[in-house]
Structure formats: structure tokens, C-alpha cells
Write a protein that binds this ligand. Structure first.
Ligand code: FES
Length: 118
């Protein structure tokens, strides 16, 4: 059995983009109802074009931060971002995924408060 210290990340960076959608009758909207799937597609395409093969972009269901969305999280950095536009996605791509810089203006602040859903 390996210890946590001996386990290397399979990917240099692993990005989870929430694309969760909610039924129209629900008052609370999901990130997927606010354009996150297009943002995910753009991020995947641009990461591939830039040759960031060590970066993995995945869909995620609800990440529990719906009110702040649309959101994505990057591990192992545990960097949570909100994005409002493709320009925001491009900035995260260029600075965080490309150069290892956090994009302070888009980071979510505060502790994660899990949202329990039935
Ligand atoms: S729907 Fe995206 S965090 Fe909940």
C-alpha cells in the first residue's frame, strides 16, 4: 500500500467544470444552465491546440457551489474559479494552466460549504 506522499498525480492539473443542469421548474439554476458546457468545450479545444497534454479537462456534476456559478475547480491546486465569459476561460487557461499563476480576480473566496441535496 502506498502512502499519500508517494502517490504522484496522474495529470499535472485536473480541471473539473460543473455542467450540471436542473429542471426548468427548479428555482435554483445549475452551472450547465448558465453556459458552462460551451465553456468546457472551449477549454478542452484550446488546451489541445496549445499542446497541454498533461492537463485533463472533465465534466463534473454539481460541485456544491451553485450560487457562485458557473464554477470550475483545478486540482491538485484546489483552485476554485467562477467564470462569466469565454474571455475568463481563456485567462484561466493562459495564466493558471499555462503559467501556473492563480487568476485572483476569478478565484472563489472562503471555505467550501457543502450543499446537501435530496
Ligand atoms: S450546479 Fe454547478 S456547483 Fe452546483
Amino acid at each position: 500500500m502506498s502512502s499519500p506522499e508517494s502517490v504522484a498525480s496522474y495529470y499535472r492539473l485536473h480541471v473539473f467544470v460543473c455542467t450540471h443542469q436542473r429542471p426548468a421548474e427548479e428555482a435554483r439554476r445549475g452551472c450547465g444552465d448558465r453556459g458552462s458546457a460551451a465553456a468546457r468545450d472551449h477549454l478542452k479545444r484550446r488546451a489541445k491546440e496549445l499542446g497541454l497534454g498533461e492537463v485533463r479537462i472533465n465534466n463534473a456534476g454539481c460541485l456544491g457551489r451553485c450560487a457562485l456559478g458557473p464554477v470550475l475547480v483545478i486540482y491538485p491546486d484546489a483552485a476554485w474559479y467562477r467564470f462569466d465569459s469565454i474571455a475568463d476561460i481563456d485567462e484561466i487557461l493562459d495564466r493558471h494552466l499555462g503559467r501556473g499563476e492563480r487568476v485572483e480576480r476569478l478565484l472563489l473566496d472562503g471555505p467550501v460549504t457543502p450543499v446537501l441535496t435530496a
